[in-house]
Design a protein around this ligand. Structure first.
Ligand SMILES: Cc1cc2nc3c(=O)[nH]c(=O)nc-3n(C[C@H](O)[C@H](O)[C@H](O)COP(=O)(O)OP(=O)(O)OC[C@H]3O[C@@H](n4cnc5c(N)ncnc54)[C@H](O)[C@@H]3O)c2cc1C
Length: 382
């Protein structure tokens, strides 16, 4: 179906970004996947070309566009399977915290740098002992004079190895009741004494994305590194989840599209019993069903993107989209792999990577079970 949410300006931007990404990003993906991380030089190139923070204020070097520009970046990155470089985490998930809650000084120092690609961002919520149950984080940031002293450990942090600034979720009041009232967000520069990066974790998929442990041992930051108000961290996190989850859903549908297109092509070329495997009715029906689901999903995503840009509160609908699209991505990549036969299991065929990369989509940014908890509550079920 023709998509109607994008203007001519958006389409121009898509063409420009596609050209840039094919020249500067796609050729590096295999190398990143081998190395387990991206490189700072390419981040800077993306920033210099104006593709970081397309949705950020011009005052700090952004392009001042709407979120659809960032959605285009997500879709195009999925098209070239550049999952290693989490531009969306940087631009759509982390930057908004600085924009919404940063002081003018914090924005000048870090938002501007994030837009040029000089300051790579990460957000550290998850800990070895707690993920979904975010209010239970044990990392502490205790005020001492004009500093916060941070102690604790985080894990599974995307951009953990390469980041320059981490938004750390910590308890500034460990005794607060309810516990989430004790949570604050603290900005930690990664060259602070007491901050240490742990292992770059070996994973099933997202091979080029550095996902790490982070440690804080008597790590002192100035009190001015507090983001927003003390004790408001949980609320700030909740306010940002709509865009975070929408970004995942946008990427999921784009990844589905890519896997489907490649599988259609493969089944046309591959022959069995004297005919292309695309000629078997089973192949046709499977692909017809999946193509239908992708179109249904895309229509939903486009409606949500339009509503998000209008500033509507669509947390429940975005939770629906997050679980449904990522669930579809897992099923679709599994079925497309099957249609590739043994070649689908071989690393040289991209579908094997698509299958592995899909697995995490239903886990991070709020697991799909948590999405259903949110939807159930909205339905008045608990
Ligand atoms: C590749 C990768 C990148 C990541 N990047 C980041 C990052 O940049 N920053 C960050 O902070 N975190 C990151 N995470 C962590 C991610 O957000 C967590 O893994 C996720 O929130 C789930 O937490 P958990 O792993 O502790 O699982 P758990 O919370 O232990 O959950 C285990 C299972 O129990 C289910 N479950 C939990 N609670 C409920 C409930 N109430 N009802 C029903 N079922 C429930 C879950 O859905 C899941 O299936 C990343 C994870 C991965 C794998």
């Amino acid at each position: 179906m023709r998509r109607t949410i994008f203007s001519d300006e958006h389409e121009l931007f898509r063409n420009e970004f596609r050209r840039f990404a094919e020249a500067e990003i796609a050729p590096r993906v295999a190398e990143w996947n081998r190395a387990g991380t991206t490189d700072k030089a390419t981040w800077r190139k993306v920033g210099e070309a104006g593709f970081l923070g397309a949705n950020q204020p011009e005052e700090y070097g952004g392009a001042g566009g709407d979120f659809l520009f960032d959605a285009i970046v997500i879709e195009e990155m999925a098209r070239i399977r550049a999952h290693a470089m989490m531009l969306s985490l940087h631009s759509d998930i982390c930057m908004p915290y600085l924009r919404e809650y940063g002081t003018p000084e914090q924005k000048e120092r870090w938002l501007r740098g994030a837009i040029t690609g000089e300051v790579i961002l990460a957000v550290a919520m998850t800990e070895p002992g707690t993920g979904s149950d975010l209010a239970n984080v044990q990392t502490r940031a205790i005020r001492s004079g004009d500093e916060y002293v941070i102690d604790g450990a985080k894990t599974f942090i995307s951009n953990g190895q390469i980041s320059d600034l981490v938004i750390v979720v910590a308890k500034t009041d460990p005794k607060a009741s309810p516990p989430h009232d004790g949570i604050s967000l603290i900005l930690v520069e990664t060259d602070r004494p007491g901050f240490r990066r742990g292992r770059n974790l070996d994973k099933l998929g997202l091979k080029g994305q550095d996902t790490s442990e982070l440690f804080f041992e008597d790590c002192r930051v100035p009190a001015s590194n507090l983001l927003g108000q003390e004790g408001r961290g949980f609320k700030m996190l909740m306010n940002m989840l709509q865009q975070e989850r929408l970004s995942i859903a946008v990427g999921s549908i784009a990844s589905c599209r890519r896997a489907l297109e490649d599988t259609i092509e493969y089944t046309r070329d591959r022959r069995a019993f004297g005919q292309p495997i695309a000629a078997f009715q089973n192949t046709q029906f499977r692909l017809a069903e999946l193509a239908t689901e992708v179109e249904v999903g895309q229509s939903f995503i486009d409606a949500l993107l339009a509503a998000h840009v209008r500033g509507e509160e669509i947390v429940t609908e975005v939770s629906m989209a997050k679980w449904w699209t990522t669930d579809l991505q897992k099923r679709l990549t599994s079925e497309c792999l099957q249609l590739h036969g043994g070649y689908g299991f071989m690393s040289e065929y991209p579908i094997s990577g698509d299958y592995a990369d899909a697995a995490v989509q239903s886990i991070y940014a709020g697991s799909n079970e948590i999405m259903k908890v949110i939807i159930s509550r909205k339905l008045g079920l608990g």
